[in-house]
Design a protein around this ligand. Structure first.
Ligand code: NAP
Ligand code: GLV
Length: 333
């Protein structure tokens, strides 16, 4: 039978409305904007008022919620994060056990991350951070222009973000390696980029660092990755390398990073994420000439596209299908 002229049934057809609760750490305007976007994207969902009864909530859509808010939600069937990283959620000992936890994976957000990583890598490679410092002193000096192919870039974490970053940088001609915990899984929908060399496991890390003029961190924060960027890690880099941390502040031992910058071993650090956010005004990073500070904006969740991602997962739940982008709680990402 030809399907011509027939429309695919809407994903919510035949499902009963799910009862969902939106909770995040944000102001009223932002909450309202999110609520509007989600309401428009999810026709099969009944959105609960800000303080629902604990037995009402079937789905919690969360954006870095305060610890404890999901405690005791007896009817919970899904926790859907609006953030890609779920380290803060998993740190909450009251997070309901046994309930699927899905994180945000959205191509719009992934693209934003690739843009930020590309900007940071180009700025390090072509000396644009140095030129900004020169301008502050009205100093006119041309630096040697290096070729992208002569710059080794190491991407830590080859997940959704890392793979997109590695691919974007390889397309610009950089010598790109990507580090993960295990070997790459064969994925016909996202085939490996032959221009990106893959390495995995802690034993390979010192060798990969020794080849890198730029290291981009896109790891999830887990017990295994917390504090990974310490004195030994930085010492393994060649003199004059740069660190770009777009993942979590707690990956970095701040005192070791500052020491590496002060000694001149590390030429520059681009830091988007910090142990404490907002970064306290007295923190040495703010005024350090070798540090570029961003206010955790490498890849913000895009409201419109993220609402569609949530809608897809909630429709799957309503139809009794497995949700996408489930976090493996035991490994922390
Ligand atoms: P993901 O898809 O879960 O990918 C995680 C990658 O890290 C995987 O390749 C994984 O290796 C690797 N990994 C995990 N533990 C490791 C270890 N111990 N040693 C080596 N590799 C390890 O995550 P994603 O979506 O790419 O996001 C990564 C992180 O970016 C998030 O967790 C979040 O913290 C951060 N982020 C920041 C912003 C921002 O605006 N600054 C925005 C979004 C996300 P396997 O492939 O072998 O499992
Ligand atoms: C941002 O840092 C995120 O994890 O989405």
């Amino acid at each position: 039978m030809s399907g011509a002229g027939r429309e695919a049934p809407p994903p919510w057809a035949g499902t009963r409305p799910l009862r969902a609760w939106l909770v995040g750490q944000w102001d009223d305007d932002e909450h309202q904007a999110w609520q509007q976007a989600l309401t428009a994207a999810c026709p099969g969902v009944m959105w609960l008022a800000p303080h629902p009864r604990p037995d009402e909530v079937e789905v919690a859509v969360v954006a870095n919620p305060p610890p404890g808010v999901l405690r005791g939600l007896r009817g919970l069937r899904l926790i859907q994060s609006l953030w890609a990283g779920v380290d803060r959620l998993l740190d909450d000992p009251t997070l309901p056990q046994g309930v699927p936890l899905a994180r945000m994976v959205d191509p719009v957000m992934t693209r934003a991350m690739a843009e930020t990583a590309t900007w940071a890598t180009l700025a390090v490679h072509r000396g644009f951070f140095l030129y900004a410092r020169q301008q502050a002193r009205a100093h006119w000096r041309q630096l040697e222009q290096r070729r992208a192919h002569d710059i080794g870039v190491l991407v830590l974490g080859m997940g959704e973000m890392g793979r997109a970053v590695a691919r974007a940088l390889a397309a610009l001609g950089y010598r790109v390696s990507g580090w993960s915990s295990g070997p790459p899984a064969a994925d016909p929908t996202d085939p490996a980029d032959p221009a990106v060399q893959r390495v995995w496991g802690l034993a390979c890390l010192p060798g990969a660092l020794a080849q890198a003029q730029v290291v981009l961190n896109l790891l999830p924060l887990t017990p295994a990755t917390r504090g990974l960027v310490d004195g030994a890690f930085l010492a393994a880099l060649p003199r004059g390398a740069a660190l770009v941390n777009l993942a979590r502040g707690a990956h970095v031992v701040d005192a070791d990073l500052l020491a590496a910058l002060d000694s001149g071993h590390l030429a520059h650090a681009v830091l988007d994420v910090f142990h404490a956010e907002p970064l306290p005004p007295e923190h040495p990073y703010w005024c350090h000439p070798g540090v570029t500070v961003l206010p955790h904006v490498a890849a913000l969740t895009d409201r419109r596209s993220a609402a569609e991602v949530v809608a897809g997962n909630l429709a799957r739940l309503a139809r009794g299908e497995p949700v996408q982008h489930r976090v493996e709680r035991s490994r922390g990402y």
